[in-house]
Write a protein that binds this ligand. Structure first.
Ligand SMILES: Nc1ncnc2c1ncn2[C@@H]1O[C@H](COP(=O)(O)OP(=O)(O)OP(=O)(O)O)[C@@H](O)[C@H]1O
Length: 675
């Protein structure tokens, strides 16, 4: 095809410039016309060209430079406009995103109905982001903060997908496997599935494999090919291997607390499960509040096909932050003194979770509290699963206020913690080979991960966790679903470590190191831990009582308490099952916070706090930071006080709540002392 000649009408494209560059445009246009004439002259048959004068050459170079400069400026301008536009769109998207409702997410209407029944007004961030991706068939790897609604974020799309498939193909087969690290969490997720499928129970059958039932019972349960199976990896693999559970047509795989599922020593089971999945692969969703990069690689390698990564950080301003975190540096024995004061003088009102390092410490604290008639119950891996589930349910129903929980992982999988430590220091990839210790402890116990304790006012780390990810999950038991909560961690300074032999434990040697790591990590989330200093002088008045109580709680008493409670609970567990089948609402008869009645020396004088012991000028005498207090009152003072304050029409007896640091009510200081 003949080459089209440039004719007079083809003007070269002139870059439109903003007004400010008008001058250069005219000069450049004139220069361009001049250039065109010259270039036209070049287009005609080559004739004898007059040699360019030096001046003309220089002029051409200048023109080229000017042209290049104009192009660069225009490019920058375009980039700026583009950036402004995308930021505007992003802001608009975020605003629209926050307005989204569950019905906007594309879920089956019956699920939207069930969610409304759960009084979920609108989807949380993780639900808004993860549900549409999952409904679109995407593999999703999601990191979102504790208590942000991850369970619904993965259950709803799975149920929606099953309902959609069943509309055309009603064949019954297991299409979803949800793997969680603990039996408590399996029970919780199974309950969530029941709640979300309330309006489609005919179409959705689910089962959990973590109950204490025989293989025969499980086999008959699985023979009906439930649509959704909730299990720990060990139980899932056991049933796949025996042929009771078929995953031949599995379509959805979910790993909740995905990082833990690997490091809980399940990696062998996970590899076996991965090998038994359909060759075409399954749609995989993985969720956790703490996903560290090398876990991600392992997980992706196992199951994912080009997953979408969601790392959702919800930045809260200091005022909006619902979780207030405190730490107190104190000696090993002072921890016990502070705990005694907090609960005996009720410096914290409402349900509390107290985390300790191991089961012995849990029973020691329970017996210690009993000396002062402070009621509590212990959650640990030795108790039967039915008991553990009932204790959580009763706690959530407000039957008792204090649960003492031991974080077994740091005990049972110490090796794993060490590798987790190294991993956090970036020293080496995690071996992930947590060694399963046999013994009567349930390897699938855990309460700091995923358990949805309701309305926990405070999480108290009497013993600091051994890793910052463990810290995140522990404090994640409070301030859930937008509610407020506080965390108080007791840290043994390195120079005080080992000074009080009776209460010293090896784990506390690294408290300050863990605290530093936690502070760094929380700072990334725009959160900080505030110091909470108890007034040593005022605390001294209570020290001898604390020592009395500690001395009474001997090793023998602890061992006796553990075995006695275990025997009681095993009996109760069986009784529990039969009893609650006959009397479903009679929970109160089987409280778990009763005194263990061991042979331990009972000291009646410790049961209450005499007035002479209470600091004269109220709670602020106990702590150094001057924030709002309600002064202590002696018996009978209430009437006088109410009389005085009541005269002014105000509510008698309440001190003014003053804002704590960061503008939030300092809940540690603003509760009335009730005797
Ligand atoms: N959209 C919502 N609106 C209101 N409440 C919600 C919503 N989604 C979940 N919740 C509630 O928030 C609480 C925490 O939900 P969930 O246990 O799923 O959080 P999570 O992110 O899984 O926590 P964790 O990291 O501890 O496992 C539950 O009580 C749940 O009922």
């Amino acid at each position: 095809m003949a080459k089209r000649k440039l004719n007079e009408t083809d003007e070269p494209s002139i870059v439109t410039e903003p007004q400010t560059q008008k001058k250069t445009k005219k000069s450049s246009t004139e220069k361009k016309e001049k250039k065109e004439k010259k270039s036209k002259s070049q287009d005609v048959k080559p004739q004898e060209e007059e040699p360019e004068t030096q001046e003309e050459q220089q002029q051409t170079e200048e023109e080229q430079q000017l042209e290049q400069q104009l192009k660069d400026e225009q490019k920058q301008q375009d980039e700026k406009d583009e950036k402004k536009k995308s930021q505007k769109d992003q802001k608009k998207d975020q605003k629209d995103d926050a307005e989204l409702t569950f019905s906007d997410l594309g879920l089956d209407p019956r699920l939207v109905q069930a969610v409304a029944k759960q009084s979920f007004e609108k989807p949380t961030l993780v639900q808004r982001k993860a549900i549409p991706l999952a409904l679109a068939g995407q593999d999703v790897l999601c990191k979102a903060k504790t208590g942000s609604g991850k369970t619904a974020a993965y259950v709803l799309p799975v149920l929606s997908g099953i309902l959609k498939r069943k509309a055309t193909d009603p064949t019954p087969f297991t299409s979803a496997l949800i793997l969680v690290p603990t039996r408590e969490l399996a029970d919780q997720v199974h309950k969530a599935i029941d709640a979300f499928s309330a309006f489609c129970t005919k179409d959705i059958q689910s089962a959990k494999l973590t109950d204490n039932v025989s293989d025969a019972v499980l086999r008959s349960l699985l023979a009906n090919a439930p649509d959704v199976i909730v299990s720990t990896p060990a139980r899932a693999w056991h049933n796949i291997e025996s042929g009771a559970l078929s995953v031949a047509k599995l379509q959805y795989l979910v790993l909740d607390e995905a990082d833990l599922v690997l490091s809980y020593g399940y990696d062998e089971d996970m590899e076996n499960i991965a090998r038994s999945l359909p060759k075409g692969g399954v749609q995989t969703t993985m969720m956790s509040a703490t996903l560290v990069s090398d876990e991600l690689d392992t997980l992706k390698g196992f199951f994912c096909r080009n997953p979408t990564m969601l790392d959702l950080k919800e930045e809260f301003s200091a005022e909006d932050e619902k979780l207030t975190q405190f730490y107190v540096k104190c000696g090993e024995d002072d921890k016990w003194l502070i705990s005694y004061l907090i609960f005996k003088l009720q410096l914290i009102k409402g349900p509390c979770l107290v985390f300790v390092a191991d089961i012995d410490r849990a029973y020691r604290l329970k017996l210690f509290f009993e000396q002062f008639s402070i009621r509590s119950c212990v959650l640990n891996s030795e108790l039967p699963i039915n008991t553990r589930i009932k204790i959580i349910e009763e706690f959530n129903r407000g039957i008792y206020d204090i649960i003492i929980a031991s974080d077994e992982r740091s005990e049972v999988f110490l090796e794993d913690e060490k590798t987790e430590e190294k991993k956090e220091d970036g020293e080496e990839k995690k071996s992930g080979k947590g060694k399963k210790k046999k013994g009567r402890r349930d390897q699938e116990y855990g309460v700091s991960r995923g358990i949805d304790f309701k309305n926990v006012a405070a999480v108290i780390n009497l013993d600091m966790p051994t890793s910052s990810s463990s810290y995140i999950h522990r404090i994640g038991r409070t301030a859930r679903a937008g509610r407020a909560g506080i965390a108080l961690s007791m840290v043994v300074p390195h120079d005080l470590f080992g000074k009080h032999k009776p209460t010293s434990i090896k784990q506390c040697e690294k408290d300050e190191k863990v605290l530093a790591k936690v502070m760094r990590q929380q700072a990334k989330l725009n959160r900080k831990l505030e110091p909470y200093n108890f007034n040593k002088d005022q605390m001294e008045a209570f020290r001898y009582r604390m020592n009395d109580a500690l001395r009474a709680v001997t090793k023998v008493a602890i061992r006796e308490a553990r075995t006695r409670e275990l025997r009681q609970e095993l009996l109760r567990s069986e009784t529990l099952k039969r009893y609650f089948e006959e009397n479903p609402n009679e929970l109160s008869h089987l409280r778990h916070d009763g005194e263990l009645g061991t042979k331990m020396r009972q000291q009646a004088h410790l049961k209450h706090v005499p007035d002479y012991l209470l600091p004269r000028d109220g709670k602020n005498a106990l702590t150094e930071s001057q924030v709002g207090f309600v002064p202590f009152r002696k018996q009978g003072d209430d009437k006088k006080l109410r009389g005085k304050k009541g005269a002014k029409g105000g509510k008698g007896g309440h001190g003014k709540y003053k804002k704590g640091p960061g503008g939030r009510k300092n809940v540690l200081k603003t509760f009335r002392v009730r005797k």
